[in-house]
Design a protein around this ligand. Structure first.
Ligand SMILES: [Zn+2]
Length: 437
């Protein structure tokens, strides 16, 4: 039996009762939380960690990523989405996205995510099988699937082949405790109605999440409306895409009818404020979405458009933008923001029975925050300290399924130096072979 005790922690549970235990103790057995209590715990053969001076909370859940895009961090900046995507990112992906490079690039992503407190992500990309292998090796939790799109990609030539890869991926990884397979169709502007509906059918067949980009730019809304007479959300709804669990990334441009559709179907939204700002796509009105009862999580998107995977930063942008755009300081308060970054993220991914809060029976997916740091004290309110004051360097330790991924800011399972060295070499090669514009 693998037993661990964490003692003397200020525990922010993120459970339904919104409990905070000022001096709490956790007992973890075989990766699961067995007890969470202010009473002292004692268990023979348990490894005890003293968390005095630490806030302990569920790890962050990044609800929208394309992990191997770490390779293209800073490759093309200060461009609008269509130019950025079609003239720079798609050609670079065609040239550089190989199985070996995906393996290396997602290792870099895991290092960055673990060091900034993320314990779970929701990814769509190519060669997802390799990403799953590396996630298992890194010990991090992930919801993921091969991104199906209508044109040839580095990992498949036709949508039919893409779905074959997608289905093989689901069959291979279903039942793995850290890997949660999903079906991903890229977007309504890159997939035909046939592709989109096939995505729904496959997600229904295996009861998985469906992950898609929706209403990211005004241009997308104009184009889809010109082609179909409907907004992107209404078009997808008409195709039956919302008849099951969905995470729709971005949703910057939803009209009031779209908002009702999302609320009625409880379709999840992954809010990616930094990527939307950087590509000048706009600002999603999360305050109205939450008011309508839509479940909303937070995501970083890929590092080519962000340019980081840091959920601490992302969370702060989400909160401050809502306040600034509504001219209301209470528009998105600290607690609601932290819920989006943890339990609500788990909820939209359909894994809130497993992770997202610290509760008996759930997986021990958690982080330690060094709350005695000069940029955080005094901590009058835990939520405000985390959302408004903390930076990712305050994260001291991280655990998924009861296994340490980082302790005292040292990575426990990944070789940081080797990965960084290899990425630097590859980055130089990409730079030297850049097409001249
Ligand atoms: Zn994206």
């Amino acid at each position: 039996m693998n037993r661990k005790i964490i003692k003397n922690a200020r525990i922010i549970t993120m459970n339904k009762k919104e409990e905070i235990i000022p001096q709490g103790n956790l007992l973890i057995e075989n990766g699961k939380i067995i007890a969470i209590t202010p009473q002292p715990l004692d268990a023979a053969d348990a490894l005890v960690t003293d968390a005095k001076g630490m806030l302990v909370m569920p790890g962050f859940i990044n609800t929208h990523t394309h992990l191997p895009m770490t390779l293209f961090r800073g490759y093309a900046d200060d461009l609008p989405l269509q130019t950025w995507l079609t003239q720079h990112i798609f050609p670079a992906e065609a040239r550089w996205i190989t199985p070996e490079n995906v393996r290396l690039a997602c290792r870099l992503a895991f290092i960055e995510m673990i060091k900034s407190g993320t314990t779970c992500f929701n990814d769509m990309y190519f060669f997802e099988d390799i990403i799953a292998e590396e996630a298992r090796r890194a010990g991090i939790r992930g919801v993921m699937g091969e991104s199906v799109i209508d044109f040839p990609t580095p990992s498949f030539r036709t949508p039919r082949e893409g779905f074959q890869r997608c289905e093989a991926f689901i069959q291979k990884w279903q039942g793995e405790s850290l890997i949660h397979p999903s079906v991903c169709v890229h977007a309504p502007y890159t997939c035909s109605s046939k592709t989109l509906q096939e995505g729904r059918r496959l997600a229904d067949k295996y009861r998985t999440l469906l992950h898609i980009h929706v209403a990211e730019t005004r241009q997308e809304v104009e184009n889809i409306t010109a082609q179909t007479g409907l907004s992107p959300a209404a078009y997808l709804h008409d195709l039956g895409l919302f008849d099951g669990p969905v995470v729709a990334a971005h949703c910057v441009w939803l009209n009031p009818t779209d908002i009702q559709l999302f609320a009625r179907h409880q379709t999840g939204i992954s809010h990616c404020p930094k990527s939307n700002l950087k590509l000048a796509s706009g600002i999603a009105d999360t305050t109205s979405y939450l008011k309508a009862g839509i479940p909303v999580g937070i995501g970083t998107d890929g590092t080519a458009s962000n340019n980081s995977l840091d959920m601490v930063e992302e969370m702060r942008f989400a909160s401050l933008l809502a306040k600034g755009t509504h001219l209301q300081a209470e528009a998105l308060d600290a607690k609601a923001t932290l819920q989006m970054a943890t339990i609500n993220g788990a909820r939209i991914l359909g894994i809130d029975q497993i992770t997202g809060s610290l509760e008996v029976g759930k997986s021990a997916d958690l982080i330690f925050i060094h709350a005695d740091a000069s940029n955080m004290i005094p901590v009058y309110n835990e939520y405000a300290a985390i959302v408004y004051a903390m930076n990712s360097k305050n994260i001291y330790a991280s655990m998924v399924q009861g296994e340490w991924l980082m302790f005292n800011r040292n990575l426990c399972r990944l070789d940081k130096e080797e990965t960084l060295r290899e990425i630097q070499c590859l980055g130089q090669k990409i730079q030297q072979n850049r097409p001249h514009s």
